[in-house]
Design a protein around this ligand. Structure first.
Ligand code: MN
Length: 323
């Protein structure tokens, strides 16, 4: 296996699709190009070959968006169990290379908390990934979802907050003039960032971390641009007209970890380091939507010392996910 200077390389926003879960995807969520579908459906040979070629030692697997977040409570609970069981089987076949984040039936928050516990305790999963709001406006900061934070804290595992295709009102009002020519504008180029950064902001302002002071979250894509705007968000939320009293910077820096998924920029990485420190930043690719090679060929160009590179590539993930 090729590794970057013999350092273990762990990537933790790496997706697959489950055959049963994807039958619930509708409209834009269900369409992906054929080459992507082959890779999304593979949890063995093709995936491991592409990991070897690029020098990725470990993938922490998660379902692709929107996972179970648009499946109703009635169907989602059983579906989560069967999909997580199948994912666990794939991980057991390659126990050194593949680990997993659970898919959660968030339409039933209590069942989602129970499934998280089952996935962590019985299947050896390292946390869960949640893709945007449940349904159209089931943002995780709403109190009905707090049992998920409570259980994640008790289990000492992180929740990875991932984007999903944004609400149609946002797309229509803000982006529709350009979406036909640039569909990615609604997704990875801009829409995902707005949706997920907004979701994270709401969670921070909700007070959920006062209640669960050891709850941990992960954001991809170098923190969905929040580190770049951290000073301004924090200053603005403390201007005189605001009465909430939350210290945005303090909460973000204590409860959030970020990954490099799909954002391999040295200036952006250095900005994140200066705002939140290297200990909270972890390497990731966003396979198969982004090529492994694009991520690993970036590694030798990162202007950091060996100590920090080892934290970025594997040590931070090993600590947070107990790998
Ligand atoms: Mn992703």
């Amino acid at each position: 296996m090729i590794t970057q200077d013999q350092l273990r390389v762990i990537a933790l926003e790496e997706h697959y699709w489950d055959y049963e879960v994807e039958t619930h995807f509708k409209g834009r969520d269900s369409s992906r190009r054929n080459a992507l579908m082959d890779r999304l459906h593979d949890l063995g040979e093709l995936r491991l070959k592409e990991m070897d070629e690029a020098g990725i030692d470990v993938q922490v697997l998660s379902h692709g968006a929107p996972s179970l977040q648009r499946v109703d409570a009635e169907s989602a609970v059983a579906l989560a169990k069967s999909a997580n069981d199948r994912l666990a089987e794939a991980c057991r076949a390659n126990p050194e290379r593949l680990f997993a984040f659970a898919a959660l039936p968030t339409a039933n928050p209590k069942a989602a908390a129970d499934e998280l516990e089952r996935a962590v305790k019985r299947l050896g999963f390292r946390g869960a990934m949640i893709h945007g709001p449940t349904g159209t406006d089931g943002w995780l900061d709403k109190k009905e979802y707090w049992p998920i934070f409570e259980r994640a804290e008790a289990l000492n595992v992180p929740i990875y907050l991932h984007p999903s295709w944004p609400h149609k009102n946002f797309l229509e009002t803000y982006l529709s003039d350009y979406l036909e020519e640039y569909p990615a504008l609604g997704g990875p180029a801009w829409g995902y960032t707005i949706e997920t950064a907004t979701h994270a902001l709401r969670i921070i302002l909700s007070g959920v971390f006062d209640k669960y002071p050891n709850a941990k979250m992960i954001l991809g894509h170098l923190g969905e641009s929040i580190p770049f705007s951290l000073w301004r968000i924090n200053q603005a939320l403390n201007r005189i007209e605001n009465t909430g009293g939350a210290s945005f910077r303090e909460i973000f820096s204590k409860h959030f970890w970020i990954t490099t998924s799909g954002n391999f920029s040295n200036p952006a990485l250095l900005c994140c380091m200066m705002e939140i420190g290297i200990d909270r930043i972890m390497f990731s690719v966003d396979y198969p939507f982004v090529e492994n090679n694009e991520a690993t060929s970036w590694i030798p160009t990162i202007p950091l010392c060996e100590e920090d590179i080892s934290k970025l590539l594997h040590r931070n993930a090993e600590t947070l996910l107990k790998l």
